[in-house]
Design a binder for this molecule. Sequence first.
Ligand code: SF4
Ligand code: SF4
Length: 435
Amino acid sequence: MAFYGGVHPKYQKEISCSKPFESMPSPEIVHIFLSQHIGAPCTQTVEKGDKVFAGQKVGESEAFVSAPVHSSVSGVVVDVLPKPHPSGLLSPAIVIQSDGQDKLHKSVKPRKNFDKLSQEKIIELVREAGIVGMGGAMFPTHVKLCPPENASIDTLVVNGAECEPYLTCDHRLLVEESEKIFSGMKILMKALGVEKAVVGIEENKPDGIKALSEAVEDPFIKVVSLPVKYPQGAEKILVKVLTGREIPTGKLPLDSGVVVENVGTLAAVHEAVASGKPLIERSLTCTGSGVTEPKNLRVKIGTRMKDIIAYCGGYKGTPERLFVGGPMMGIAQPTDEASIIKGNNGVTVFSRGTFQDPEESPCIRCGKCLEVCPYTLVPFYLASLVEAGKFSRAKEWGILDCMECGACGFICPAKRFLVQRLKYGKAKVMEAGRK
Ligand code: SF4
Ligand code: SF4
């Protein structure tokens, strides 16, 4: 059940994997970005000076591929203006001053007999709750629940791999909220009209595998223990490993008869459908050598990274690198002012001295990057095409298939900045495509 390629970075999950979730109190200020998902950004539905409640919709879009956003606290809208977004750019956000009371909006109430809801009603509730992929992809979940008529979906694939080093929030969800995950799975299986589901969890989470296996009461749901290898949790890899099906270049999982959801998304689906609670808080891990007390947390969407780090005892040593997410696929941040959006599963800080700064040297054509690329790309050649500005040639050589996992750069003895070049090259190819 192993996949081609992959690497074994230092996982460092022992720093936080046995720490139960703490609910971080609401911060004084939250920034609710109007763009927290793949697809059309929202338009604000509140104005400066409005009083809002936790769970109240504050942004909406009529586009199908979009998801509404909600206030994560009760308080007052103090402004709507561009703020540092985890993408590294400035992006419009609704700035809400919390009143510290977390009063819920009247629409947030538990739903009796939620297991009797129709497929259409489930899809509507998932959309209204603003659920998007919480493993990082941020694709609106209701869109996945409405496949085209010619797609024949028969399996829900559940991603509990959490292969990213340092991060442990999905692990803790499996241990602490396995019943919610199972409930979310049943809800989505009903919405999709499928009878089968398969969950992939890396074997370094034995207590998570045990907890979910015990919670699952359905002979058509399999919980599978996977060998530890990065990037096991990449969508195409997980589908291949768990179902044997390939997802061809340029195609989606639904083209191969599957829908993939992360365990955090399933817990959020349960909250939306059973508890009537929109996606206003999420689990994440705040960790790394630069954090005084690493923790697994439940935080309000819109919380600033600096507030999360302060809640974890502040910086340890001199912070040198800060990521939203983990060190392999996370996004390096120029500031700790950025605020958390729905897809952010970690805040990772490294203090000065954790790493030696890599000195890039010329490629020695050792071929190691080629051996570890799970998609059998030729990273050194693609990077050289990008350097030479030969973007259409890079497209022919499959640069758009690169999932930016960083395995090639990790293994490279010459410390080539491969993934940075590949990201740049992909952006240029996509820009040319749009023109
Ligand atoms: S970053 Fe891209 S090229 Fe490098 S190993 Fe991952 S998928 Fe392959
Ligand atoms: S691993 Fe580095 S040095 Fe080796 S072929 Fe790839 S880019 Fe060149």
